[in-house]
Design a protein around this ligand. Structure first.
Ligand SMILES: Cc1cc2nc3c(=O)[nH]c(=O)nc-3n(C[C@H](O)[C@H](O)[C@H](O)COP(=O)(O)O)c2cc1C
Length: 379
């Protein structure tokens, strides 16, 4: 499947502008997602056998998730499980709707299998996102896997008011998703990454947990996950450019602010050395770099976080996952779950199945009974 995509489909797609192709693909997936029979047909080809994982009080049918930024409007929500994903993260979403940075703002560094983006949180805003999610539910097209929402800060909101901005989105969206990721690590909103400082992050998390604690006790017949008023796990997504000391400061908030897990990592503002002139031209673009060049650094961060927390804080690992070997590396370094963005662009929709099957094989070869036993074995 990936071979067909790489040799036939990808050259045609890569001949077009990257953001236009992205938008066309999402529009197509939006149409497909409305039809159960189409999603069932896709799933019969692309969904892997289960490889279950339980973290943050949620059950994931497999550990491979869709990373934030791919579906900022939740346009294709029902399609992600059909492509085999074990969970999906919608957004990033901000309290205010915003257009993002001027185009062009998404670039392919093909020789390195990387992307540079400076999208700047283009998104419809929390209210429109809540409506879209409610519509999918009303249509009976809600995925059978956990759905997360990535929360960002609106560009017009000053840094000092960041906590209110995140809290506004969380209050509105909390009934609509299973877990939330506080994104303070995007390089494309001015000064956003300063919110990774302990005091600023503490304020944001305090505001979100205050909303979480206003939860009403569930008398809902189903699990707490579907109870719109139960507290939601809140995770924090970190940048790969943070020092280990800065990461350790964030970890100090984990207990007091009940951080359910960390997501490592976002894109990097660093660039690899290269003599390739095409790459040099692309790497001169401002924005965050994702894909292959990010792999080693993000794994290093995951390993550090796992060691520091002695494996007590669940981690979602991502950055440059292109096959099962890359995903296995992240899991052995300490990730309980992984996510993919750039790999999907370069390898196509067969990638998820390949990764899950490859992980199952590696578990068997290592004589391990489940994925949890592999988490952090090489940390
Ligand atoms: C075009 C694009 C948009 C992104 N938007 C977001 C976003 O809104 N929020 C976020 O937390 N991460 C965002 N990311 C980062 C990804 O979720 C992921 O952390 C990063 O790309 C590394 O994974 P990868 O190497 O598999 O792509 C974006 C990445 C890309 C390429």
């Amino acid at each position: 499947m990936s071979w067909i995509y790489r040799t036939l489909l990808r050259p045609a797609l890569f001949a077009q502008d990257s953001e236009e192709i992205h938008n066309c693909t999402l529009a197509l997936l939006n149409c497909l997602g409305r039809h159960e029979v189409i999603c069932d047909a896709l799933a019969s080809f692309l969904a892997p056998p289960e490889l279950p994982v339980a973290v943050f009080g949620l059950r994931f049918p497999n550990p491979v998730g869709l990373a934030a930024g791919m579906d900022k409007h939740a346009a294709a929500l029902p399609v992600w499980p059909a492509l085999g994903f074990g969970f999906s993260e919608m957004g990033g979403v901000t309290w205010h709707p915003q257009p993002g940075n001027p185009a062009p703002r998404l670039f392919r560094a093909v020789a390195d299998e990387a992307l540079i983006n400076r999208m700047g949180f283009n998104n419809p805003g929390a209210e429109a996102m809540a409506q879209t999610l409610a519509q999918w539910r009303a249509l009976g097209r809600w995925p059978g896997h956990p759905v997360g929402i990535n929360l960002g800060k609106s560009r017009i909101t000053p840094l000092e008011k960041a906590a209110e901005d995140y809290a506004g989105s969380f209050r509105l969206l909390r009934p609509h998703a299973d877990f939330f990721v506080v994104n303070v690590s995007s390089p494309n909103t001015p000064n956003l990454r300063r919110l990774q400082d302990k005091a600023a992050l503490d304020e944001i998390l305090a505001a979100l947990q205050a909303i979480n604690s206003t939860s009403q006790e569930s008398n809902h017949p189903q699990s707490a996950i579907r109870n719109p008023h139960s507290p939601r796990p809140i995770l924090v997504k970190v940048a790969p450019d943070l020092s280990f000391e800065a990461l350790d400061e964030i970890l100090e908030l984990a207990g007091p602010r009940q951080i359910a897990g960390l997501v490592a990592t976002n894109t990097t503002i660093t660039r690899p050395e290269t003599r390739n002139l095409d790459l040099q031209r692309i790497y001169a673009e401002a924005g965050g770099l994702s894909g292959r060049p990010l792999r080693a650094r993000s794994t290093e961060i995951i390993r550090h976080l796992f060691r520091q927390t002695k494996g007590q804080l669940p981690l979602i690992g991502m950055g440059g996952i292109f096959d099962a070997t890359d995903a296995w590396e992240k899991i052995c370094a300490g990730a309980s779950l992984v996510q993919i963005y750039t790999g999907l662009v370069y390898e196509g929709p067969g990638l998820v199945q390949e990764v899950v099957l490859g992980l199952s094989e590696r578990l068997r070869a290592a004589g391990l009974a489940n994925l949890q036993q592999a988490v952090g074995i090489e940390a």
